[in-house]
Design a protein around this ligand. Structure first.
Ligand SMILES: Nc1nc2c(ncn2[C@@H]2O[C@H](COP(=O)(O)OP(=O)(O)OP(=O)(O)O)[C@@H](O)[C@H]2O)c(=O)[nH]1
Ligand SMILES: [Mg+2]
Length: 204
């Protein structure tokens, strides 16, 4: 479904914003992708948009260091956020990123929802959990993409979904959790459909 069938025809990089930059005004709805460094945010955005080299990807964590905006069809933005949990960085740098991301999320009236990425094979870290709970508390619509699902058979994928849902004790419904793979495309059309639904809703 990626590409023509979804009606995505114009994809425009709309800037990268660092801690010292002023974020652009929220002129159009936005959906942002967040998760640990190396979890696969940039890969998933590229796969969703059917463009392999749009958001830079790397096997080295910490590739995306700025907030990257991609304008889609002139109608909404997908936002690639820098990953968290990348340990090989000075504390001050990490603090600056965290503040930048917090500033982006808080009070951003254009933000219609978040896609939170978790590696399907890994246990939640404290930061993952804190991030999910704080977003859930803000009342922002959340989708959880369990990434790199190609690494597990379907049975194990389902177990990973169950485990995550259980660990949040009902705070995150099962319908919001989707195994995805940027390699095989599993779950990608469904995620894209959810994103499109969020950005097409009338302003809350
Ligand atoms: N097998 C597999 N590998 C993946 C998948 N998605 C991403 N990867 C790999 O994981 C690594 C990190 O991918 P990125 O998309 O750069 O991750 P990121 O979350 O944007 O990372 P940062 O920008 O550092 O925060 C790369 O080596 C990708 O090729 C997937 O669905 N399956
Ligand atoms: Mg990235």
């Amino acid at each position: 479904m990626t590409g023509e069938a979804t009606g995505i025809n114009a994809i425009e990089p709309a800037g990268a914003f660092g801690p010292r930059d002023t974020l652009p005004p929220g002129d159009l709805p936005q959906v942002a992708f967040t998760g640990r460094s190396n979890v696969g945010k940039s890969s998933l955005i590229n796969r969703m948009l059917g463009r392999r080299k749009l958001a830079p990807i790397s096997s080295t964590p910490g590739k995306t260091r700025k907030i990257h905006l991609f304008k889609i069809n002139g109608q909404f933005y997908l936002v690639d956020l820098p990953g968290y949990g990348f340990t090989k960085l000075p504390v001050e740098v990490k603090k600056r990123w965290e503040l930048m991301v917090a500033r982006f999320i808080d009070g951003n009236r254009a933000l219609r929802g978040m896609v939170c990425l978790l590696d399907i094979r890994r246990d939640l870290t404290g930061t993952d959990r804190a991030m999910l709970l704080s977003l859930a508390q803000k009342g922002l619509p959340l989708m959880i993409a369990l990434t790199k699902a190609d690494k597990l058979k379907r049975g194990k994928q389902n177990q990973a979904v169950d485990k995550l849902v259980r660990s949040f004790g009902g705070a995150i419904p099962r319908e919001q959790v989707l195994p995805t793979s940027s390699l095989t495309g599993q779950g990608v059309d469904e995620l894209l459909a959810n994103v499109l639904a969020l950005v097409s809703e009338d302003e809350p």
